[in-house]
Write a protein that binds this ligand. Sequence first.
Ligand code: TYD
Length: 231
Amino acid sequence: MTSAVRPARQPGAAGLFITFEGPDGSGKTTQVQQIAVRLRQQGYDVLLTREPGGTTIGDQIRHILHDLKNQAMHPRTELLLFNASRAQLVEEVIRPHLARGGLVICDRFYDSTLAYQGYGHGLDLDMLRRIITAATGGLRPDLTVYLDIAPEDGLQRRLSAVARGEEWNRLDDMAMAFHRRVREGYHQLIAAEPDRWASIDAAQPVAKVQADILAALRSRLGLALDPASPG
Ligand code: TYD
């Protein structure tokens, strides 16, 4: 068990914003849901949301982004749609919950834009940062949990999920070389800002990945989380 470097942050303290990132197929969405349950069990006022989407307007934008018919979508169009969804989510959902002292968990946030549209599609990173700042009004996560997985393993997981009935979307359809650039991009983002990130090996069994995430939330944010409580 990792020892806390800060005193335990009690439920009801000032708002806290945690984002989760990772290549496709990192198991992020399952983990995020389980972590939200654990935090709620400990009494935290957790709002769980995701990008793209999380609002009525954002969910409509998500549909356009995922639609396999939209193969002609230009990377700049994609960029602006992701950020349109983000602007709505920040104003309508994230900021109000943080202002009430709540804890917000977001499944993807602006680092996905830097990794996918920046490193993946090669759009200029400074231009992306300006657009992101316009969309978020400068809001930054307190901690970003990164679930790391090789693109080949991530693809295998996505194919299994699709076999179980999940949708295969336009963004899954990108070439393997694209997914390699995305992962390398994440590694560069982490290297540039190590204090904001907690990087976790997502190729481990699901329970071990969850234990590592809980340990990171305890040690990096001082969250009061009992490692032995049922998940
Ligand atoms: P989603 O179905 O939410 O996948 P995941 O479970 O992997 O989060 O699809 C999100 C896809 O959109 C994913 O491939 C990452 C991509 N994306 C971007 O390219 N840029 C962004 O800014 C965001 C938020 C997501």
